[in-house]
Design a protein around this ligand. Structure first.
Ligand code: ADP
Ligand code: MG
Length: 292
């Protein structure tokens, strides 16, 4: 390090892509038992920022570490379900039925995926009607929390893949959750709209779910070759400090490839750096205490 270098990094540490010293995230210890689950909502009202990709791959990485994980598709587009090989048009019952019919059993709608320890609560376009139909319900913001309660002890982590809006479905996810993860694409306008998201989170904290936390901001589609990506990450760290994950997710065509193959990247390309980045995110989440 030259004397003109202004970044102070203790000996033996490396600077990570977020410009901060990169801690080591140890291999998590195996769990003796399972549950109760920490419920995490993957949230950003902007589309195409990596919510669904992060839900699938963080979920699969946590499952690799022996965690029991439930993924909840809470977007009527059903991209999470499709990304795990489910044909949404062939589904008999989905999360929609669980929201609208008190008598339906969540365990009958949950299905296994190709990954051991990783289960899915699927959705399809039916869910788009729920937004309208729930408006007239009593306690309309707590319906998802009620649906998930019976299985909370079966899982270590529940990840809810939110739709790109701040409507009633997303408010339900925030009300059911302990934490929020906000994926942000490393693009110039990434922070535009985040203030509105944080405002929504604060309203839910005030009125419905005082324990809700922002677990972390995740920089996605990072391109280390561009100054631009590094500048965006620096701005995000300036705005959110320690809440920004040290782990960043690089932009690579392996992600769309894996979703075409309807598999998590951790099984589609297990040795690829992109798979390792989601394993690191899983370790970071556990090391932070935001998951068991
Ligand atoms: P969201 O759920 O926020 O709308 P997705 O996870 O569906 O976003 O991602 C949008 C598109 O970008 C998808 O085609 C996905 O395969 C692709 N994608 C996601 N993450 C990456 C990445 N790190 N690098 C390249 N493409 C990505
Ligand atoms: Mg999505």
């Amino acid at each position: 390090m030259s004397s003109s270098d202004t970044t102070v990094v203790p000996a033996g540490e490396t600077v990570g892509p977020t410009g901060r010293p990169l801690p080591a995230f140890p291999e998590p210890a195996p769990l003796a038992g399972h549950g109760p689950a920490r419920i995490i909502a993957m949230c950003n009202q902007k589309g195409g920022v990596g919510k669904t990709t992060t839900t699938i791959n963080l979920g699969a990485a946590l499952a690799e570490y022996g965690r029991r994980v439930l993924l909840v598709d809470f977007d009527p587009q059903g991209a999470l379900s499709v990304g795990l090989g489910v044909n949404p048009h062939e589904l008999d019952r989905t999360i929609y039925n669980l929201l609208m019919e008190r008598s339906s059993d969540v365990r009958e709608v949950i299905r296994p995926t190709g990954v051991a320890g990783l289960d899915l609560l699927p959705a399809n376009i039916d869910l788009s009607a729920a937004e309208v139909q729930l408006v007239g319900e009593v306690a309309r913001e707590t319906v998802l929390a009620r649906v998930l309660r019976p299985v909370a002890d079966d899982y270590d982590v529940v990840l809810i893949d939110c739709q790109p809006s701040l409507g009633l479905l997303t408010v339900n996810a925030l009300t059911a959750a302990h934490g929020v993860v906000i994926p942000l694409e490393c693009e110039f306008f990434a922070l535009r709209g985040v203030a509105l998201l944080v405002e929504t989170i604060e309203k839910v904290q005030d009125r419905l779910n005082p324990a809700l936390q922002i677990d972390g901001i995740l920089a996605t589609m990072y391109d280390s070759r561009t100054l631009h990506s590094r500048e965006v990450v620096a701005r995000v760290v300036e705005a959110f400090g320690d809440r920004v994950f040290h782990t960043v997710i690089a932009r690579t065509v392996k992600f769309p490839d894996a979703s075409v193959a309807a598999e998590p990247i951790t099984s589609y390309a297990p040795g690829h750096p992109a798979a390792e980045s989601y394993r690191q995110l899983a370790r970071e989440l556990i090391a932070r205490g935001d998951a068991a």
